[in-house]
Write a new protein. Structure first.
Length: 128
């Protein structure tokens, strides 16, 4: 029985290890100012001229995209206003059915926190 335990027990082996000598350290790198102009290499072609961007008129696609973005923003605000008004009416009907002060408080809080700011945004946008 001791033979079988020795087969699975920990084994200790000695390995020859050599010390690696320390490498000499490099001196720290110094910051060097880049040359102001590139140094030409003999036999190389001249550098290309600088790129000049010419302003172009917007294409019809760009104009249509801008128009659709403006329409989407206007409709998004009006859609939010419509949804908040529908929610306010539903809360008002529920508050009338329950006939409780808690339902009335929820309706007032919703109208003051959601509907009133959206209505104000809609009317302030029309004045401009």
């Amino acid at each position: 029985m001791t033979d079988s335990l020795q087969d699975f027990g920990p084994r200790t082996e000695r390995v020859a290890v050599e010390a690696i000598p320390d490498r000499p350290r490099r001196p720290p790198l110094r910051a060097v100012d880049p040359p102001t102009e590139p140094v030409p290499i003999a036999g190389s072609p001249p550098p290309p001229p600088q790129t000049v961007y010419v302003p172009q008129k917007p294409t019809i696609g760009d104009q249509l995209h801008a128009a659709f973005v403006a329409i989407a923003r206007i409709l998004a605000v009006r859609f939010q206003l419509l949804l908040s008004l529908i929610g306010a009416f539903v809360l008002a009907v529920l508050a009338m059915q329950w006939q409780s002060a808690a339902g009335l408080y929820v309706l007032v809080a919703f109208c003051a926190g959601a509907v009133a700011p959206l209505v104000w945004l809609e009317f302030s946008g029309r004045r401009r």
